[in-house]
Design a protein around this ligand. Structure first.
Ligand SMILES: *[C@@H]1O[C@H](CO)[C@@H](O)[C@H](O)[C@H]1NC(C)=O
Ligand SMILES: *[C@@H]1O[C@H](CO)[C@@H](O)[C@H](O)[C@H]1NC(C)=O
Ligand SMILES: *[C@@H]1O[C@H](CO)[C@@H](O)[C@H](O)[C@H]1NC(C)=O
Ligand SMILES: *[C@@H]1O[C@H](CO)[C@@H](O)[C@H](O)[C@H]1NC(C)=O
Ligand SMILES: *[C@@H]1O[C@H](CO)[C@@H](O)[C@H](O)[C@H]1NC(C)=O
Ligand SMILES: *[C@@H]1O[C@H](CO)[C@@H](O)[C@H](O)[C@H]1NC(C)=O
Ligand SMILES: *[C@@H]1O[C@H](CO)[C@@H](O)[C@H](O)[C@H]1NC(C)=O
Ligand SMILES: *[C@@H]1O[C@H](CO)[C@@H](O)[C@H](O)[C@H]1NC(C)=O
Ligand SMILES: *[C@@H]1O[C@H](CO)[C@@H](O)[C@H](O)[C@H]1NC(C)=O
Ligand SMILES: *[C@@H]1O[C@H](CO)[C@@H](O)[C@H](O)[C@H]1NC(C)=O
Ligand SMILES: *[C@@H]1O[C@H](CO)[C@@H](O)[C@H](O)[C@H]1NC(C)=O
Ligand SMILES: *[C@@H]1O[C@H](CO)[C@@H](O)[C@H](O)[C@H]1NC(C)=O
Length: 612
C-alpha cells in the first residue's frame, strides 16, 4: 500500500480544498478565437443552428417518481425506444447528458452506490454508463466479481454480497434516483501487467498494475481491469484477440453470460439499453490475427445483437465501438431507408444522397476545414500560445503517421465500420466515443494550436456522427468523452496499458518544484472543450452525450479493493475508513476542478431544459 503514497496523497490533498472553484458558465468561458473556430466548423459542414434549444433536452419523461411501488405490469411505452433519430419514453422525446462510472459495482457498500447515484441525480444527469461484467481468472480474496472465467469454463457468481445480485441493487437504486443505466457486457481491453521480473505466474504478480512506478493498484481500479474479451481468450486457451469474435466455444460462453445478465433485468425500466462491448475492435492486449477485419467485427455484432433482441424485446441494443468508419470497406448489411422525416441540413451536405462515407468526402472536408481556419486566422491573428497539450504521445507511435490520407479513424484499420454496424436491424442506436489523448480523429491543422486542434477534431467528429444519425434514421449517442487534465495526468493509464506513462510527473509535483511540464490540459481547457462538445452535440442532433467519468470521495474504503484507504497527511494508512475515493484511469472529475466540471455538465443540462 505504501507504494501508492504519491497517488493517494495527491488525491487527498486536492480533495479538501475546492469548494469555491468558479461554477462554469459554458458560453462565458469561450474565448473569442474558439468561438470563431466553432462557428467555422459549423459553417463548414452546414449544420443549421436553428435545430438548437430543444426544450426536451435531458427532461426525463418517466412517470414512476411516485414512491409507492406498483406491480411491474409490462407497459412497453415505459421502456426507452426509438422514433427515427430520437429516443422516446412514454411517448415523449428523451435526450440526455450522462456520465460514466464503470466502477459502480466495485464500491464496497450499497450506501456508497446509493450516494453516488444520488449525487449524479442531483446534478440533473439522467444516464449512467457502467460495466455489467467483472470476470476473474481466480476467485479473489476481496471485492466484487461476477464471473469466474478459467480453464475453458465459466461460472457466474451469485453471492448476494459480491456477485451479480449487487448489480440488481444498482439497477433498483438507479430506478429510485430516476437514472437510466447503459450497461456494457464486456470490454475489448484487459491487458495483463508486463512485470515478469519476479515470477510471472504467481497470482500476486498478475494483480499488479501500474508497475512502471511500482505502484500496485488494486483489482478494478482501472477500467481495463474487469476481465473482458482477452480474459475469455486466455481462459479458453485461444491464441488471438479475434478468437473472441469467431471461436464457437468462446461465443457460446459470452452468449451464456449475456443471457444471464440480460434476462435478469428484462423487465426493468431503469435500463436504457445494452451495450454489447466497450470499444470492440480487432487489436487489443492479445494480438489479433491478420484476417481480422471489419467483416469479423460487424458479423459478431449482428450475432450478439440478434441474440439479445430475441431474449429481451424490451430494451435497445447498441454497439459500444469508438465509432470508427471504413470508407472503402464492402458492407455486410444494406442500410434500410431512413424514415421519411425532413432531411436536415447535415444530410444535404452529403450531396443530398444517402450513401456511405467516402474517402473523397473525408479528404475534401478536411481540406475545406483547413482553408477556413487559415482564412479566419488571417483575420484574427495567430492562435494564442501556451497551450498545454504536450502533443507527444508515448504509447502509440503511429499517432503521427496517422496524419496521412483519411487516417485510422476512417480507414477500417481497427476493424470497426460503424456504418455497417448501424445497418444491423437489431442495433437500436449508434454509439461513438471521443478520446483525443488516445485516438486521432483528423490530421492536425498547422494553423491551430495543439489544444484548438484537439477541440476542433472533437467538434468535427461529433458533427460527422450526428450526420450519420440523420442518414441512418437512428439515434446516436456519444457514450464516452474525456480529456486528461494536468492534475489527472499521473493517474492516466491508457486503455491498452497497465502503466501510467506520466506517473512520475506526480512525484515531480510533490517532491521538487516541478521542472517537467505536465501532460494534459488545464481544468479550464477541459471545461471549455467539454462545454463546446456538449453544445455541438445538442446543436447537431445527437440523442445523448455521456461524459467520462464521474468521481466521488467519502466512500467506504477497504484494503485490497478498488476503493482503498486514502493516505493521511501524516502518511498513515487507515485499515478501513470513509475517505476512499472513486477509481480513476485518468479521466475522473474527482479532486481539483470537480465543481467546475460538474458545472459544465449541469450547464449543458440546464441550457436545454424548459424554463420553469
Ligand atoms: C403505459 O404508460 C403510459 C405512460 O405512463 C400511459 O400513458 C399508458 O396509458 C400506459 N398504457 C397501458 C396499457 O397501461
Ligand atoms: C436541476 O434542475 C432543476 C429543475 O430544472 C433546477 O432547479 C436545479 O437548479 C438543477 N440543479 C442543478 C444542480 O443544476
Ligand atoms: C485450472 O486448472 C488448474 C490445473 O488443473 C488448477 O490448478 C486451477 O485451480 C484451475 N483454476 C480454476 C480457477 O479452477
Ligand atoms: C453457462 O453459465 C452457467 C452459469 O454460470 C454455467 O454453469 C454453465 O456451465 C455455462 N454454460 C456454458 C456452455 O458455458
Ligand atoms: C459470499 O461472499 C462473502 C464475501 O466474500 C462471504 O463471506 C460469504 O461466505 C459468501 N457467501 C456464500 C454463500 O458463499
Ligand atoms: C519477461 O518479458 C520479457 C518481454 O516480454 C521477455 O523478454 C522475458 O524473457 C520475460 N522474462 C521472464 C522471466 O519471463
Ligand atoms: C513461480 O511461482 C510458482 C507458483 O507459486 C512456482 O511453482 C514456481 O516455481 C515459481 N517460479 C519461479 C521461477 O520462481
Ligand atoms: C521498481 O522496483 C524495482 C525493484 O525494486 C527497482 O529496480 C526499480 O527502480 C523501481 N522502479 C521505479 C520507477 O521506482
Ligand atoms: C476454439 O478454441 C479452442 C481453444 O483454442 C479450440 O480448442 C477449439 O477448437 C476452437 N474452436 C473452433 C470452432 O475453432
Ligand atoms: C418479465 O415480464 C414477463 C411478462 O410479464 C414475465 O413473463 C417474465 O417472467 C418477467 N421476467 C422477469 C425476469 O421478471
Ligand atoms: C475480411 O477478410 C475476409 C477474408 O478473411 C474477406 O472475405 C472479407 O471480404 C474481408 N472484409 C473486408 C471488409 O475487407
Ligand atoms: C482483504 O481484506 C482484508 C480486510 O480488510 C485485508 O486484511 C486483506 O489484506 C485483504 N486482502 C488483500 C489481498 O488485499
Amino acid at each position: 500500500m505504501h507504494s501508492r503514497a504519491g497517488r493517494r496523497f495527491f488525491i487527498g490533498q486536492v480533495h479538501t480544498e475546492h469548494s469555491s472553484v468558479f461554477c462554469s458558465q459554458p458560453r462565458q468561458t469561450l474565448t473569442m478565437f474558439l468561438s470563431v473556430v466553432w462557428l467555422g466548423v459549423l459553417g463548414a459542414v452546414g449544420v443549421s443552428a436553428t435545430s438548437s434549444l430543444d426544450p426536451r433536452w435531458n427532461h426525463r419523461p418517466r412517470s414512476n417518481a411516485d414512491p409507492t411501488p406498483t406491480t411491474p405490469a409490462i407497459n412497453k411505452t415505459q421502456f426507452v425506444s426509438t422514433d427515427g433519430v430520437n429516443f422516446k419514453v412514454n411517448n415523449s422525446q428523451f435526450k440526455f447528458v450522462g456520465t460514466n462510472a464503470y466502477w459502480l459495482a466495485a464500491l464496497n457498500t450499497d450506501q456508497d452506490i446509493d450516494s453516488v447515484l444520488g449525487n449524479i441525480s442531483q446534478s440533473n444527469i439522467t444516464v449512467v454508463r457502467t460495466w455489467g461484467f467483472n470476470d476473474v481468472p481466480t476467485i479473489p480474496e476481496n471485492g466484487t466479481w461476477f464471473q469466474l472465467v478459467a480453464n475453458g469454463t465459466t461460472s457466474v457468481n451469485l453471492n448476494e454480497t459480491n456477485g451479480l445480485p449487487k448489480l440488481d441493487r444498482i439497477v433498483s437504486m438507479a430506478e429510485k434516483h430516476g437514472i437510466y443505466l447503459l450497461v456494457s457486457l464486456t470490454n475489448n481491453w484487459n491487458p495483463l501487467p508486463s512485470d515478469n521480473t519476479t515470477n510471472s505466474t504467481s497470482s500476486q504478480n498478475l494483480l499488479k498494475r501500474d508497475v512502471a512506478t511500482n505502484n500496485t493498484l488494486p483489482r478494478n481500479t482501472l477500467s481495463n481491469d474487469y476481465g473482458g474479451m482477452d480474459a475469455y481468450v486466455r481462459a479458453f486457451g485461444a491464441s488471438t484477440h479475434d478468437d473472441f469474435y469467431t471461436n464457437a466455444t468462446i461465443i457460446a460462453s459470452f452468449i451464456n453470460y449475456t443471457t444471464q445478465v440480460v434476462q435478469r433485468y428484462v423487465n426493468s425500466t431503469a435500463i436504457l439499453g445494452w451495450e454489447i462491448a466497450n470499444d470492440p475492435r480487432c487489436n487489443s492486449s492479445v494480438a489479433s490475427s491478420p484476417s481480422c477485419n471489419t467483416t469479423t467485427i460487424t458479423a459478431w455484432h449482428a450475432l450478439i445483437a440478434q441474440h439479445i433482441a430475441k431474449i429481451d424485446p424490451n430494451h435497445l441494443v447498441s454497439s459500444g465501438t469508438q465509432g470508427f468508419f471504413c470508407t472503402d470497406c464492402t458492407k455486410l448489411f444494406q442500410k434500410s431507408a431512413p424514415p421519411p422525416s425532413a432531411p436536415s441540413a447535415a444530410v444535404k451536405s452529403r450531396r443530398n444522397k444517402i450513401v456511405p462515407l467516402t474517402k473523397k468526402d473525408i479528404l475534401q472536408e478536411q481540406k475545406e476545414a483547413r482553408k477556413k481556419t487559415r482564412a479566419l486566422q488571417l483575420q484574427s491573428g495567430p492562435p494564442p500560445d501556451g497551450v498545454r497539450v504536450r502533443g507527444k504521445w508515448v504509447a502509440t507511435p503511429t499517432r503521427r503517421q496517422d496524419d496521412v490520407g483519411v487516417g485510422s479513424a476512417f480507414d477500417g484499420s481497427t476493424g470497426v465500420d460503424s456504418e455497417d454496424i448501424l445497418s444491423i436491424k437489431q442495433i437500436g442506436f449508434g454509439s461513438f466515443q471521443l478520446f483525443p489523448d488516445q485516438n486521432t480523429y483528423a490530421p492536425d491543422d498547422p494553423n491551430l494550436s495543439a489544444f484548438n486542434n484537439t477541440l476542433q477534431a472533437g467538434l468535427s467528429w461529433i458533427i460527422r456522427h450526428a450526420q450519420n444519425s440523420q442518414m441512418f434514421g437512428k439515434p446516436i449517442t456519444l457514450t464516452g468523452f474525456g480529456l486528461v487534465t494536468q492534475d489527472n495526468a499521473p493517474s492516466f493509464v491508457p486503455f491498452n496499458s497497465t502503466v501510467a506513462p506520466f506517473a512520475n510527473d506526480q512525484f515531480a509535483n510533490i517532491t521538487t518544484s516541478a521542472t517537467q511540464q505536465p501532460f494534459g490540459v488545464t481544468d479550464q481547457q477541459r471545461d471549455d472543450a467539454y462545454s463546446q462538445w456538449l453544445q455541438q452535440g445538442i446543436l447537431s442532433g445527437l440523442s445523448g452525450m455521456i461524459q467520462y467519468q464521474w468521481g466521488q470521495g467519502n466512500l467506504t474504503a477497504v484494503n485490497g479493493t478498488a476503493i482503498s484507504p486514502t493516505i493521511t497527511e501524516n502518511g498513515i494508512v487507515p485499515v478501513q475508513s470513509e475517505n476512499g475515493i472513486s477509481p480513476s484511469d485518468g479521466y475522473s472529475i474527482a479532486g481539483v476542478g470537480q465543481v467546475s466540471a460538474e458545472g459544465t455538465l449541469q450547464g449543458a443540462v440546464q441550457q436545454f431544459e424548459p424554463d420553469t
